[in-house]
Write a protein that binds this ligand. Structure first.
Ligand SMILES: NC(=O)C1=CN([C@@H]2O[C@H](COP(=O)(O)OP(=O)(O)OC[C@H]3O[C@@H](n4cnc5c(N)ncnc54)[C@H](O)[C@@H]3O)[C@@H](O)[C@H]2O)[C@H](O)CC1
Ligand SMILES: [K+]
Length: 520
């Protein structure tokens, strides 16, 4: 078996993400343009997977390769052959004989070299140190059933480390949702183009570490099809967040006004306000319910004014605002609802500048879901729903949102305009520039106030965007990424492998760290 070393290398996930159909549709043409046939491509896929697996194995390790009947199974036979050549104890377990030409070739080469193929159900007999999941790749068509489903279940129960080829079997490669059940892999090596389902939804629970192998046809592939989403990498912060000019003054860094903080929820505006300052905003003013000023004012850098709902005095603050954040701790009582009605009316009459960049968060989103006003200024909106809020906006159930987060984000953007940040693991940012995904962050960030901090960071960064020559959408992407990384860093500091006990305010100290990527 030829070992095409040069093209067996894996690399970090590139910015370009694709729908699985795009890869299926264009990989043959890309390979042809690169002057190689599909058999060579399959050999490269097997070799790339082997290079990932071989790094994980002790000498003489036992490996079970589980093969389906399609080309994913073909990749598996190639990995099996390479592993055996390297001196490991390899057993192959297959659903049935392969059906495609290339997979049959890989299968017969494995048999010719004295390899055996055993029934899939017997895989555990191998007592493997590692399992290679070559059951289904992009050919997955429906919910797992029957023998494959049983196998996936037993594999997950056994808790043996798995390397998934292309996609963990059962995971929908576009939505990142398991179809019935899916393999919980320790690592996944994906081929030709990174399928966007590996970055959002439930992907983090199934894929493990994702490796990418372009199989040497990346250039040709990229010329054939446009990416369906953009993967946000930390290096983006370095490229975009250039240091402030030595002559900078406070006025260059913008003024964030935050409207929210009803009785009992003043902490939300304080968190958002502090986050905006930590993100570099020049000034932050909080407009909260009268009586809550003391709580907010304990953060002395915040300016604070208690205002009864609907007071036009708020307009004088908005006139000088670079960004409005509307919603944190707004509540659903009369005070918050009346402010919402006031906001809609003043926007309609243009007393509020329709060009004012406005982050709508928390209860402002719930008010929007209920009222559905027809407002023209919405192009400047940045909506930051979590899946529950997104469901209310879309008038569906939370699980419908999670079923296809790409579609949910896109539909919200089409219905409400502006930029939508759909929060949750694999946060999506959807605007005129397409959809970007941030798969950083930690489950420890699923805690009270973390959304307020994000809203504050978005507002704080956008307040400075002119000085930084940043487009709004780019600014939102950066804020989402910096927020996730700050959460990771804060948890890392407390307990490196920990997933619980983080508080939203713990990440404040890490916001400047990630907002100044070029100054350390
Ligand atoms: N030479 C190449 O084409 C390369 C392919 N690569 C790998 O191939 C897969 C895609 O292969 P394909 O044959 O199209 O599909 P699968 O192997 O994923 O599966 C098809 C097979 O499975 C059956 N099937 C579908 N859904 C189910 C289900 N729910 N339960 C049971 N069986 C199901 C279907 O009927 C077919 O028989 C790709 O992911 C790569 O891993 C490499 O990229 C290299 C070049
Ligand atoms: K697979």
């Amino acid at each position: 078996m030829t070992h095409d070393g040069q093209h067996a290398q894996t690399m970090s996930i590139p910015q370009q993400l694709y729908r699985p159909e795009q890869v299926r549709e264009h990989e043959a043409e890309a390979a042809a343009r690169a002057g190689i046939d599909m058999w060579t491509l399959m050999q490269r896929a097997g070799a790339a997977a082997w290079s990932v697996l071989s790094d994980k194995l002790a000498p003489g390790a036992r490996i079970a390769v589980l093969c389906g009947t399609g080309n994913n199974g073909g990749d598996g036979y190639i990995v099996a052959a390479l592993a055996r050549e390297a001196g490991h104890i390899v057993r192959v377990f297959a659903l049935a004989e392969p059906k495609t030409t290339d997979a049959r070739r890989a299968w017969s080469e494995w048999l010719e070299r004295g390899g055996d193929v055993e029934p899939l159900a017997d895989w555990a007999d191998a007592e493997p140190d590692w399992v290679v999941d070559a059951l289904l790749g992009t050919g997955l068509q429906q919910t797992l059933r029957g023998e494959i489903c049983d196998c996936v279940e037993s594999l997950n129960e056994a808790k043996v480390p798995v390397l998934a080829l292309d996609i963990p079997t059962g995971l929908h490669a576009d939505t990142g949702q398991p179809l019935g059940d899916a393999v919980r892999a320790r690592a996944t090596v994906t081929f030709v183009g990174v399928k966007r389902g590996l970055t959002t939804g439930q992907a983090a629970a199934y894929c493990g570490h994702v490796h990418f192998a372009d199989l040497g046809i990346q250039r040709e592939f990229r010329l054939l099809t446009e990416p369906s989403a953009w993967y946000l990498q930390p290096t983006l912060l370095q490229h975009s967040l250039v240091p402030r000019a030595a002559t900078a003054h406070k006025g260059d860094a913008g003024h964030v006004v935050i409207l929210g903080g009803a009785a009992g929820m003043a902490g939300a505006v304080r968190l958002a306000g502090t986050a905006a300052l930590r993100a570099g905003a020049g000034k932050v003013t909080i407009l909260c319910e009268p009586g809550q000023e003391v709580i907010v004012g304990q953060q002395p850098e915040l300016m604070v004014r208690g205002l009864e709902a609907g007071r036009d005095e708020a307009l004088s603050y908005l006139e000088h605002a670079s960004v409005l954040i509307f919603g944190p701790g707004l509540g659903q009582r009369a005070w918050g609802r009346d402010w919402w009605d006031w906001y809609c009316a003043r926007l309609q009459s243009s007393d509020i500048d329709p060009e004012l960049t406005t982050v709508l968060d928390a209860d402002a989103l719930n008010a929007l879901a209920q009222a559905r006003p027809d407002i023209s200024g919405r192009a400047r909106w940045i909506l930051t729903p979590h899946p529950g809020e997104a469901a209310r906006l879309l008038e569906c159930e939370t699980q419908d949102v999670e079923k296809n987060r790409w579609l949910a984000a896109q539909t919200l953007q089409e219905q409400f305009g502006g930029i939508v940040v759909l929060k949750g693991r694999g946060s999506l940012i959807c605007g005129q520039e397409g959809i970007a995904v941030c798969d950083r962050g930690t489950p420890a960030m699923a805690t009270a106030g973390m959304g307020d901090v994000l809203a504050g960071m978005i507002g704080g960064l956008l307040a400075q965007r002119h000085g930084m020559a940043l487009a709004t959408e780019a600014g939102v992407r950066l804020a989402v990424l910096a927020h996730a990384l700050a959460g990771e860093s804060a948890m890392q500091e407390k307990c490196p492998e920990g997933t619980r006990g983080l508080m939203a305010s713990d990440i404040f100290d890490w916001i400047p760290y990630w907002m100044n990527p070029n100054d350390r």
